[in-house]
Write a protein that binds this ligand. Structure first.
Ligand code: GLA
Length: 380
């Protein structure tokens, strides 16, 4: 792209991916989640280009880019462009202070791996433009407008977890977020001598968007029925195990399973948060395994590859717990592994995974890291 010849960035923003320790699909049910940002991130470089409405976006890694006109925003046929366009569209509803700009992006965050590269892209862009054009948006505005951009332009009716984690995280902590009130508590996480290791299944099944929205509707259907008996409830967050059992015969089997998972998963988030505070790592691990069982059998958002890796983890006493992290249908499993055993575990898992699926497993350690930030401009 032509702008690259004279590109002289005035702002660099780093926007991280996230893991979720536990609390899957609870966010859009107004429940609890326990995510944190990781070191893998997208780096944005920005410059204002002096025009009123012409913008250039270029991905260094994929060597592709596009131009856009701020006064004429509409959805694109190309998926990743919609994250950018959606954010600009949301910003344009709030302020007209954005002018023409050029932006390059570079990422070491694997896309489609359940690590929220889309939230990192949305939030990093919004964060950068907020700084560049002095838009006066708060961090929470950035989180919320990025979530809406995902609904309107990318088509996933996602909850708020990914954007919140990408922007708000602090190093060495997980966020206990109440998705109803948006109150959050930073919980220090010290797993020594254990470490958090991601195993990337390298599969991202196409079901992710469509099935995601189906799950959301199934939960809403559950709420409608339960509400007939308990008018005070508005979301699955308000439903107790007893209420659910009471209504079981009025719910179809699938909807019941979805609701049962969410009610139990909310409880598990609180139990993991308490176990972290009392340093009961064994309990944390057990709850992770339990959560995966629910993800796979009740919520049915796992896949053979993730199930295989979690089952494999169970065969090794050096692994305290494991589960698929993120929206589902592939991506990464999150494992709590004794530091001394990581190498041998990864070696064995890689071998077995290759035999079973003919895919080269990718493994990396992650550390709870800080959210979106401005990075120092390099001296050029
Ligand atoms: C995706 C969504 C989140 C959340 C998770 C599942 O990552 O973007 O809002 O629902 O799936 O926990």
């Amino acid at each position: 792209m032509q702008f690259l010849n004279t590109f002289n960035p005035e702002l660099i923003v780093e926007s991280p991916g996230r893991i979720n320790l536990i609390g899957e699909h609870t966010d859009y049910n107004m429940g609890y989640v326990l995510p944190t940002a990781i070191e893998k991130k997208i780096i944005f470089e920005f410059q204002r280009n002096g025009s009123e409405k012409d913008c250039n976006i270029y991905s260094k890694g994929f060597d592709v880019g596009f131009r856009l006109d701020l006064t004429n925003l509409s959805k694109s046929e190309i998926e990743w462009e919609n994250y950018v366009l959606g954010v600009l569209n949301e910003i344009s509803k709030r302020t007209d202070k954005v002018g023409g700009f050029d932006c390059t992006i570079h990422s070491n965050l694997p896309a489609g791996s359940g690590l929220s590269s889309s939230a990192a892209l949305e939030c990093g862009l919004a964060f950068g433009l907020n700084q560049l054009f002095d838009l006066g948006l708060s961090k929470l505005d950035i989180v919320q407008l990025s979530q809406i951009a995902e609904h309107t332009y990318a088509g996933t009716q996602c909850g708020i977890m990914d954007q919140f984690a990408s922007v708000m995280s602090e190093a060495g902590k997980v966020i206990l977020l109440d998705c109803r009130t948006l109150k959050s508590q930073m919980i220090p996480i010290n797993l020594e001598p254990y470490k958090l290791v991601l195993l990337n299944t390298k599969v991202s099944h196409n079901l992710a968007t469509s099935e995601y929205n189906v799950r959301k509707r199934e939960c809403e259907e559950g709420v409608e029925t339960i509400k007939e008996f308990y008018p005070e409830i508005n979301t699955l967050r308000d439903v107790s195990v007893e209420m659910l059992l009471d209504c079981q015969s009025h719910l179809n089997e699938t909807v019941y399973k979805r609701c049962a998972f969410i009610v139990a998963e909310n409880q598990r988030v609180l139990e993991v948060a308490a176990a972290l505070e009392s340093n009961d790592l064994k309990k944390v691990g057990t709850l992770l395994y339990e959560a995966h069982e629910g993800i796979s059998k009740e919520y049915e958002v796992s896949c053979p590859e993730s199930d295989f890796l979690v089952d494999f983890a169970k065969t090794d006493a050096n692994v305290l717990g494991a589960r698929q992290t993120g929206g589902g249908f592939g991506g990464c499993t999150l494992n709590i592994i004794h530091g001394d055993a990581i190498e041998s575990f990864v070696e064995k898992a890689t071998k077995e995974y290759k035999v079973k699926f003919d895919i080269d497993l990718e493994a990396f350690e992650v550390r709870p890291s800080r959210g979106t930030m401005i990075a120092a401009l390099e001296v050029r």
